[in-house]
Design a protein around this ligand. Structure first.
Ligand code: GUN
Length: 280
C-alpha cells in the first residue's frame, strides 16, 4: 500500500508560512503585491486567475488585476509589462497563458523583469538554486520534501517535456542530485525506463496512462496530470488503482500536485518582494 502524499495539507502549510512572511514584511512597511494580467476571456484562465487572486487575499498579498480585451496588441501588452516592471510597489508579474494567437508568448514572457517573474518562466536552461523556479515543478519538490524523500542518487524519470512542467522538473531534480531521464511521446521502450524509476513524475496529459505493470515495487509516483472523465470528474495521468499497491509514496488527483501550484506562486511572490527589499 502506497502512502498518499496529501497535497492539500502540504499546500496549506506553505500558505501558512507565506502568510507569516507577508505579515513580517508588512510590519517593515513592504506590502507584497502581485500583478495578474489576463488577456481575453478564456474560461479556464478566468477560473485560474480567480483562484490565484483568492489565494493572494488569503495570505495577505495585494493582487492587482489587469483584464485586457482579446484585441490587445503585443505592443500594448509589452507596454503594460514595462510599466509594471518599473513600478516598485509591484513585486510579482504574472501573465496568464495561453495568450491570444496574435500575441507572441515568448516575447511577452521575455518582457517580464526576471526579478518579478513569479511564474519562473524566464528561468533558463541551467538555472540555479537561487532562481525562482516554475511553480508546479517546485511544488513537486516540496511534496517530496514533505515526506523526507531523498532525491540524491535516485533514478528520477520525468514523463513529459513541456516548458512549464517537464523541462523545469528535470532541472530541479538534477539540482537535487537525482539521476534524471526525460521521456516523451517519441521515447522508445518506455516501459523499460519507467520500470527503473525510483521517482516517477508524470505530466503527459493522458488519462490513466501509467499502469501498475509499468512501475517497480517501492516507487514514488507524482501525478501532475489533470484530465476530465466523461462524467465530469477529474483523473490524473496515473492509473491510481493499479499503481498504488506497488508504490511506497503516491499522489492523488485531485488533492495532490494541483493545490501546490498556487501555493508556490504565493511563495515566489514573497521571495520576489523580499529580494526587491534587500536590493533597495
Ligand atoms: N496557464 C496554465 N498554467 C499557467 C501557469 O502556471 N502560469 C501562467 N501564467 N499561465 C498558466
Amino acid at each position: 500500500m502506497g502512502k498518499i502524499i496529501n497535497g492539500r495539507k502540504v499546500a496549506k502549510d506553505v500558505l501558512n508560512r507565506v502568510k507569516e512572511q507577508t505579515a513580517f514584511l508588512k510590519e517593515r512597511g513592504i506590502s507584497p503585491c502581485l500583478a495578474v494580467i489576463i488577456v481575453g476571456e478564456d474560461p479556464a484562465s478566468l477560473v485560474y486567475v480567480k483562484n490565484k487572486q483568492a489565494a493572494c487575499e488569503k495570505v495577505g498579498i495585494i493582487s492587482r488585476r489587469f483584464s485586457l480585451p482579446e484585441s490587445t496588441t503585443e505592443e500594448e501588452l509589452i507596454l503594460l509589462i514595462k510599466k509594471l516592471n518599473a513600478d516598485s510597489s509591484v513585486h510579482g508579474i504574472l501573465c496568464q497563458l495561453p495568450l491570444p494567437r496574435h500575441i507572441n508568448e515568448k516575447s511577452i514572457l521575455r518582457a517580464i523583469d526576471e526579478g518579478k517573474d513569479v511564474d519562473g518562466f524566464s528561468a533558463r536552461i541551467g538555472f540555479d538554486r537561487n532562481d525562482i523556479a516554475p511553480c508546479t515543478p517546485q511544488g513537486v519538490i516540496e511534496l517530496l520534501a514533505s515526506e523526507n524523500i531523498d532525491i540524491k542518487g535516485k533514478n528520477c524519470v520525468v514523463l513529459g517535456r513541456s516548458n512549464i512542467v517537464g523541462k523545469p522538473m528535470a532541472l530541479l531534480l538534477l539540482l537535487n542530485d537525482g539521476t534524471v531521464t526525460v521521456c516523451h511521446s517519441k521515447t522508445k521502450n518506455l516501459i523499460d525506463i519507467t520500470r527503473r524509476a525510483d521517482i516517477l513524475v508524470v505530466a503527459i496529459g493522458k488519462p490513466r496512462f501509467i499502469t501498475g505493470d509499468m512501475v517497480k515495487n517501492g516507487v514514488t509516483v507524482i501525478d501532475v496530470g489533470i484530465n476530465r472523465n466523461a462524467d465530469g470528474s477529474l483523473c490524473g495521468d496515473v492509473d491510481f488503482d493499479s499503481v498504488e499497491p506497488k508504490a511506497e509514496y503516491i499522489t492523488k488527483v485531485p488533492g495532490g500536485v494541483g493545490p501546490m501550484t498556487i501555493a508556490m506562486l504565493m511563495q515566489n511572490t514573497i521571495v520576489a518582494a523580499m529580494r526587491s527589499n534587500a536590493q533597495n
